[in-house]
Each structure stands twice: as C-alpha cells, then as structure tokens.
Design a binder for this molecule. Structure first.
Ligand code: HEM
Length: 113
C-alpha cells in the first residue's frame, strides 16, 4: 500500500510539473501537457484520498474540498483555452490562470497541515 501511495504521489507531482512547466516554457499556449496535467491532478488526487481513507491516514476534508475546487478551476481554464486555441482564438490569460491556480494548490497542499 505504501509503495502504491508513493507511486501515485509521484504521478501527482509529475502532473504539477507538467502544468507549471508547460505554462513557463510555452507561455500562453495550452499544450497537451497542460490539459493532461490538469486532468491527471484530479484523478491522482482522488486516488490519493481513496488510499488515505482505505489505510489509517486521516484526511482533512476541508483542505481536500478546497483543493478539488481549485483543481476543477485549473482543468476548466486549460480545457477552455485549448478549445479556443483549436478555433484560432488563443487566450493566454486562461493559460496563465491555470498555472497560477496550480501553484495556489501546491501552496495549499504543502503549507496547510
Ligand atoms: C492542480 C491541482 C493540484 C496540485 C498542484 C496539487 C499539489 C499537491 C502537492 C505539491 C502535494 C504534495 C504535498 C506534500 O506532500 O507536502 C499534494 C499532495 C496531495 N494531494 Fe494534491 N494537488 C492538486 C490537486 C489535488 C486534488 C484534486 C486532490 C483530491 C481531490 C488532491 C489530493 C492530495 C492528497 C490527498 C495529497 C497528500 C498525499 C500524502 O501526503 O499522503 N490534490 N498535492
């Protein structure tokens, strides 16, 4: 169980890296790394919660609820930016918002104990 938790946490951190890396390297462009990173955060985050609930780890539901809302906002920004890009109406603000909200979630994850 511990190994599984560690593997999912690594995927969770790679998702964060994909989002922030994409925003920093391809400024204003909604890359597949951004969109899939945002989707992966929701999936891996929910799996981490499931593993914690199944084991003896206690889960801070207020913190998780807020992280889920912020992650949904990150995914919405990324998906809308990608859809507009496909129609030739690029919107860099949405991409930057997705990156900034992902950093907010990383801060919530690490500073809220
Ligand atoms: C953009 C979205 C997200 C980002 C950037 C993010 C970032 C992080 C980071 C950096 C950590 C490691 C913190 C540490 O170990 O000190 C973490 C852990 C965690 N995240 Fe997220 N997260 C996101 C979304 C979510 C979502 C949607 C959920 C659940 C619904 C979630 C659940 C968790 C849990 C349960 C842990 C703790 C793992 C553990 O230490 O046992 N995360 N997250």
């Amino acid at each position: 169980m511990d190994l599984l938790k560690t593997l999912v946490l690594v995927l969770h951190l790679l998702g964060l890296l994909a989002i922030v890396g994409s925003v920093v390297i391809r400024r204003g462009v909604p890359t597949p790394a951004l969109v899939w990173g945002a989707r992966a955060q929701i999936l891996t985050g929910l799996v981490l919660v499931g593993l914690a609930e199944a084991g003896d780890g206690d889960v801070n539901h207020m913190k998780i609820g807020i992280k889920l809302l912020v992650a949904l906002a990150v995914a919405a920004c990324a998906e809308i930016a990608a859809a507009r890009e496909r129609r030739g109406e690029g919107n860099p603000n949405l991409v930057h918002a997705a990156g900034a909200l992902a950093v907010v979630n990383a801060l919530i994850a690490s500073l809220w104990n």
